[in-house]
Design a protein around this ligand. Structure first.
Ligand SMILES: Cc1cc2nc3c(=O)[nH]c(=O)nc-3n(C[C@H](O)[C@H](O)[C@H](O)COP(=O)(O)OP(=O)(O)OC[C@H]3O[C@@H](n4cnc5c(N)ncnc54)[C@H](O)[C@@H]3O)c2cc1C
Length: 381
């Protein structure tokens, strides 16, 4: 496995790093406190990312994206991880499922997304179905010219202002999971779509999670992504990339914490010594460093296997997602401890990252789901 970044990747990462440092990090505390960012301001930042050629950076060439390798994406996502979740959205990490858009959908759906003219959310989770997608109760019934959907989705990211939502619904309730679900593209303003509520939550302030209902919501045939019955396959086709994405974001957040704590440990004095000279503190820092590097290696390995089309990509992506998200929790806890009371106050971003870290063990497949996958892989004949 070659760990050296190519010249092109290094240049992209440098551009992202500068944008994060100069344009996004100064806004983090304000966005966190307000639990939001004005749509116009967000749009202006998206336009800046567009002008730098970064917007929609994870899209494949087949639908008009840059077609970057997973290894390059992992490096970029680590750089984006140095800022908060809502501000990281400025770079337009779009749902991987969009690669299944047909010619016409590319024109009316994907092209405006890639220009940052519109935005999109992806809705799988329901009050009765999260880890267990076979329990999805949203139903889509065939009618003349399309489908009629009924159901409720919740905990869905960024649909508050989204122009489109990709919705997973059951089209054949008697079929096995792999052919039971279909993906529908629902437009904002559809009279059958109603936003129910926005959740108050522990972290990711400024990154809205909402619930919505579909009540006899008509969706024309032109708004089915892929073929009917392909919803599960479409989701599974990109889930490993999404897990590498989450792992990479966790690396960036953990590295941001290390960048804060090392100068602090060098400079602060207690009992006549620099904090970093106390052995207990050294052990905290060493453990953070080892685990961060281990998580980075697992992530790079998963990305390399993904780029090579290797069958072990799936399990490697699970390992990376699981380990990196849990590593981030441990690093955030130790770093906050090394800062003492200052770590608990909102003057520094440490407490925000501590809060933000927790969600990564839940989204894109919980830690338990990753462990189940890994164990099944180990035990398979
Ligand atoms: C910040 C954030 C953003 C999100 N964004 C989106 C989004 O954009 N779109 C979307 O569709 N969803 C989104 N979600 C929802 C997320 O995908 C689900 O919360 C997640 O899949 C878990 O589902 P659940 O909450 O229903 O938990 P459940 O499935 O009810 O599980 C509850 C707990 O039990 C464990 N568990 C369940 N079954 C087993 C088992 N067989 N063995 C052992 N343990 C088990 C789980 O791991 C979990 O710890 C988001 C969630 C968060 C926190």
């Amino acid at each position: 496995m070659n760990l050296e970044l190519t010249e092109e990747t290094r240049m992209l990462v440098d551009t992202v790093t500068r944008f994060v440092r100069d344009r996004l990090r100064p806004l983090e505390a304000e966005v966190d406190l307000a639990d939001g960012i004005e749509p116009q301001r967000m749009q202006a930042l998206r336009r800046e990312a567009c002008a730098l050629g970064l917007y929609g950076y994870n899209m494949p060439e087949s639908i008009g994206g840059p077609g970057l390798s997973l290894q390059t994406l992992a490096a970029i996502d680590e750089a984006i991880g140095h800022t908060s979740m809502p501000l990281g959205e400025v770079f337009g990490h779009l749902p991987g499922s969009l690669r299944f858009s047909n010619e016409a959908q590319c024109r009316w759906l994907v092209d405006p997304l890639l220009r940052a003219d519109t935005s999109i959310g992806y809705a799988l989770t329901e009050p009765g179905a999260g880890s267990d997608l076979s329990a999805i109760a949203t139903r889509a019934v065939r009618v003349a010219g399309g489908w009629r959907l009924n159901g409720t989705k919740h905990f869905i990211s960024n649909v508050e202002h989204a122009d489109h939502i990709l919705v997973l619904a059951a089209t054949d309730t008697a079929a096995p999971l792999k052919s039971k679900l279909s993906t529908f593209i629902i437009e904002r303003g559809n009279p059958g779509l109603a936003l129910l509520r926005k959740f108050r939550k522990m972290g990711w302030h400024g990154y809205p999670l909402s619930a919505f209902s579909l009540d006899d919501c008509f969706v024309p045939d032109s708004h089915v992504l892929g073929q009917p019955g392909e919803g599960f396959r479409i989701m599974m086709a990109t889930i490993n990339n999404d897990r590498v994405y989450v792992a990479s974001k966790c690396l960036g957040m953990a590295q941001a914490l290390m960048d804060l704590v090392l100068p602090w440990a060098r400079e602060r004095t207690t009992f006549g010594q620099k904090l970093g000279q106390h052995q207990a503190i050294q052990f905290y820092l060493a453990d953070c460093d080892i685990e961060l590097n281990a998580a980075r290696l697992l992530t790079q390995q998963a990305a390399a296997l993904g780029d090579a089309g290797h069958p072990d990509f799936r399990i490697a992506a699970s390992r990376a997602k699981l380990y990196a998200s849990e590593m981030l929790g441990r690093v955030a806890d130790r770093v906050l401890q090394v800062f003492g009371g200052a770590g608990y106050m909102t003057d520094l971003p440490v407490e925000r990252i501590y809060r933000d870290a927790r969600a990564f063990r839940i989204g894109e497949g919980t830690s338990e789901m990753q462990r189940i996958q890994i164990a099944r892989h180990l035990l398979a004949e």
